[in-house]
Design a protein around this ligand. Structure first.
Ligand code: HEC
Ligand code: HEC
Ligand code: HEC
Ligand code: HEC
Length: 374
């Protein structure tokens, strides 16, 4: 179909047309994508929360799609306002045989709270989870560990709301109930146990790290940060402007590289627990400087003290109450709580929904204070 001289010329001068065609295709696609982005905007738009003064770059970016989607557990919260007692109404302490903590409640509020506890902790098993199948006349018995543990849980919840209001009501009334941690489950999510050495092929400090675990937040950082800072209560303080050259790492007053690694491990845990980055609390140019932090930094320092008290005064002493399968896999230690047990990846648990408003019984260690509805 072509003249002979053309076919011959073609055979003698082979040209690779695929290379240039691909190049033109790729450039074309890039130009097309860019013009679409300019014309219609970013398909995954982001928003950011400014956390520090202008010019410091302190902000927490988030996808708008994530911001628009509420914590699904909020839908499980029910309004259940208290019954304001009539003067002279008999109290649970007088009516029932073995009420050691909730004695100041009227019968109506006592039953309202029992029903709520069941929804929050044992919706499938019902009252029997703590009281057994024996019928109401056996409800005073303390035979089941679940009931004994619950009594202490009620005291812990009251203590948190009364004495740690600076944390759990930091911005407005939010508070905590059993629901904050349990979310309808017998065993709350995001509890933790001691891990011990995690790396069998190393000894000493290295045995602590270089293995991806939940507690190292899937990094090579140490896996013992939670027990060091949220159970043993060791001081955090690794960053200052003094030279380390003159000190010896053997001096306990000099923070070693290990302390720094452990601090970063904790800080990763904190950030993931709240779904924020480091700039939510710090100006990263000066981690050491308490004058360059946000108010949330102070809320966290209170949170660390609160968690230390929860673990040491309430959760660890319950160890001997639990059946063996509830104890830690390595050290048979009691289950413990951390930031994520309440926060579950949100800046504020249940996105700052007021959960305590309906439950004056859980807001104080003393007799509940009821306010007549306006
Ligand atoms: C998650 C555990 C738990 C569940 C579920 C539970 N309770 Fe209780 N219940 C307790 C605890 C703890 C006490 C003791 C409170 C105290 O000492 O102040 C108690 C005490 C009682 C008492 C007082 C018994 C007595 O004579 O001393 C009654 C009545 C009672 N509960 C009824 C119920 C009913 C009805 C349900 C189901 C709607 C229920 N409870 C579900 C933990 C639970
Ligand atoms: C700060 C978080 C937190 C709050 C608030 C909390 N709990 Fe717990 N609860 C825990 C942890 C941690 C455990 C230990 C988990 C385990 O049993 O393996 C636990 C265990 C329990 C258990 C034992 C469950 C089982 O099957 O082993 C019961 C029952 C219980 N809690 C009831 C309550 C009640 C009732 C309230 C509210 C008055 C409450 N909890 C509030 C953290 C919490
Ligand atoms: C929710 C707030 C918060 C977030 C998020 C946070 N931190 Fe911290 N950070 C603190 C608090 C509070 C302390 C001090 C605790 C204390 O002294 O008891 C601290 C201490 C530190 C220290 C030690 C400072 C010193 O004085 O030696 C370093 C380093 C640090 N954080 C790094 C980080 C990094 C890196 C991230 C991100 C992965 C991060 N932080 C995320 C609140 C936060
Ligand atoms: C017992 C449940 C509980 C535990 C455990 C807990 N928090 Fe909180 N935290 C709350 C509640 C509830 C609020 C909401 C207070 C408000 O907004 O008024 C809150 C608020 C905060 C805030 C302020 C957020 C803001 O938007 O201003 C920070 C920061 C924070 N928590 C950090 C921590 C850290 C870090 C830990 C672990 C050391 C921790 N929390 C453990 C319940 C808890």
């Amino acid at each position: 179909m072509f003249p002979k001289w053309y076919d011959k010329w073609n055979r003698d001068n082979p040209v690779n047309i695929y290379g240039p065609a691909l190049l033109i295709g790729v450039i074309g696609a890039a130009v097309f994508t860019a013009s679409m982005l300019v014309a219609f905007g970013n398909p995954v738009p982001t928003d950011s929360l400014q956390t520090g003064p202008r010019g410091t770059g302190m902000s927490v970016p988030e996808f708008e799609a994530d911001l628009a989607e509420p914590d699904p557990d909020i839908a499980l919260l029910l309004e259940d306002p208290p019954f304001v007692p009539e003067p002279g109404e008999p109290l649970a302490g007088d009516i029932y045989e073995n009420v050691q903590v909730l004695g100041d409640l009227t019968d109506a509020n006592f039953n309202r709270l029992m029903a709520a506890i069941t929804r929050w902790v044992a919706p499938e098993e019902g009252c029997a989870y703590c009281h057994g199948d024996g019928g109401l006349e056996t409800y005073a018995e303390d035979n089941l560990y679940t009931k004994v543990v619950s009594r202490r849980m009620i005291q812990m919840t009251q203590n948190i709301n009364e004495y740690w209001a600076g944390h759990v009501n930091a911005n407005k009334e939010v508070g905590v109930t059993c629901m904050t941690c349990h979310r309808g489950q017998n065993v709350p999510s995001d509890i933790w146990f001691k891990m011990g050495d995690v790396n069998e092929s190393a000894m000493g400090w290295s045995a602590n790290q270089n293995r991806v675990t939940a507690q190292s937040q899937a990094t090579s950082l140490p896996s013992d940060a939670l027990e060091t800072y949220l159970l043993d209560g060791e001081m955090i303080g690794v960053h200052d402007l003094a030279s380390r050259v003159e000190g010896s790492p053997a001096d306990p007053g000099i923070p070693a590289i290990q302390n720094a690694e452990r601090t970063y491990s904790l800080m990763n845990y904190v950030s993931n627990s709240l779904g924020v980055n480091c700039l939510f609390c710090h100006n990263s140019r000066a981690f050491y400087d308490g004058a360059q932090v946000t108010p949330q930094w102070a809320t966290e320092t209170l949170g660390i003290q609160m968690v230390l008290e929860m673990n040491n005064d309430y959760l660890v002493p319950l160890r001997d109450e639990y059946p063996p399968e509830r104890l830690g896999p390595v050290h048979q230690d009691a289950p413990k709580a951390g930031c994520k047990t309440c926060h579950k990846g949100y800046q504020q648990p249940l996105q700052g929904t007021n959960v305590i408003g309906d439950w004056p019984e859980l807001a104080t260690t003393g007799a509940p204070v009821y306010e007549a509805a306006e």
